[in-house]
Design a protein around this ligand. Structure first.
Ligand code: AVI
Length: 325
């Protein structure tokens, strides 16, 4: 199983395959209303588009969280303690991770991500730049319970789970609770979690962040259809769909959809799916939480909220949670 992309990286490939993708797409398009999981956004093109989103003027979360990490990483490191095993869900390009790893000097770093290409590249770079840290890269769908491989030899080290980027917001509330419960079990008694959480704010700022002027978020959303076409040989006219994003104030979440511009049919793996004009595929939720709401969620999952950092404009928060001993 180990595929070393650098001498210090051990690599475990537990990621979903084409069969899983096909099954999930068929199940999602068979539902009413139609829905697809946002985890499938992140093929190579989708990961590139997401990186471009992170640099958009309208998309405030990434730059705000990075600035917060630069400002507070030392305080965080003091609380997290030296020589921990740092387990990151959704490591992506790892821009925030580098700041944390530098301040923290962990014994081991375990990035877990569904995006295989990005994971391979980032973990090799990190291992090269921090040769004293053992890097164990795991390609996996972490939205499901996962026994993290390769960390048994660090039995005596504190486990710290890092989940930046407000990816927690891409889960529904029950999914977020069960994800956090699983993370708590991985963290073990005495462990800790650092979670980046986007804060509730005015809907104008939120709309702009998810429907940018250059259309990068639209392309990111539409790439999901292009991916289904590419990987599953589906018959889809991607131009007959458009990106829609709006803030659902009542549920406290941005919703992203792909809206059919006409009555049409889509064929995936010999299955025909009928779309009415205006019908949508719900592709993503991005929940926004107040500090109190997120702390409540964390408590419901068995964590103890200990500290929280925010920027001056109250756009974004980073929570420090502990697993009761
Ligand atoms: C990865 N995730 C936290 C992003 C978000 O803001 O929900 C994904 C994203 N979707 C559209 N823009 C960014």
């Amino acid at each position: 199983m180990a595929r070393g992309s650098a001498s210090r990286v051990s690599y475990h490939d537990l990621g979903p395959d084409t069969g899983d993708f096909r099954r999930d797409v068929i199940a999602g398009l068979s539902r009413a209303p139609k829905a697809l999981s946002p985890k499938y956004f992140y093929d190579e093109r989708g990961s590139e588009l997401f990186e471009a989103i992170c640099d958009l003027p309208e998309y405030y979360p990434t730059r705000t969280e990075i600035a917060l990490m630069r400002d507070k990483a030392r305080d965080m490191a003091r609380l997290l303690g030296p020589r921990c095993v740092l387990i990151e869900y959704g490591s992506g390009s790892g821009r925030k991770t580098r700041i944390l790893v530098e301040a923290l000097a962990p014994a081991a770093y375990v990035p877990i991500d569904i995006a295989a290409a990005q994971l391979g590249g980032f973990s090799s770079e990190l291992a090269r730049d921090f040769p004293e840290v053992a890097v164990i890269a795991v390609c996996a769908d972490y939205s499901r319970p996962l026994a993290v491989p390769g960390i048994d030899r660090f039995r005596g080290n504190r486990r710290v789970i890092y989940f930046p980027g407000s990816t927690i917001g891409n889960f529904t509330v029950p999914e977020a609770i069960s994800f956090l419960r699983n993370a708590r079990a991985v963290g073990r008694p005495g462990g800790a979690m650092l979670v980046g959480v986007d804060l509730k704010k005015n809907s104008r700022t939120l709309h702009a962040a998810y429907d940018d002027a250059q259309g990068v978020t639209a392309e990111f959303n539409l790439n999901l259809l292009a991916r289904i076409k590419r990987e599953l040989g589906a018959d889809i006219d991607t131009k007959a769909f458009r990106h829609r994003a709006f803030y659902n104030e009542e549920l406290g979440r941005i919703e992203m959809h792909l809206e059919s511009l006409r009555d049409q049919q889509v064929v995936v793996a010999n299955r025909t799916f009928v779309f009415r004009r205006g019908e949508t595929i719900h592709t993503e939720n991005s929940y926004k939480y107040s500090i109190a709401e997120f702390q409540d969620l964390a408590r419901r999952a068995g964590f103890e909220p200990q500290a929280v950092w925010t920027d001056d404009e109250n756009l974004f928060s980073v929570h420090y949670l502990t697993v009761p001993a």
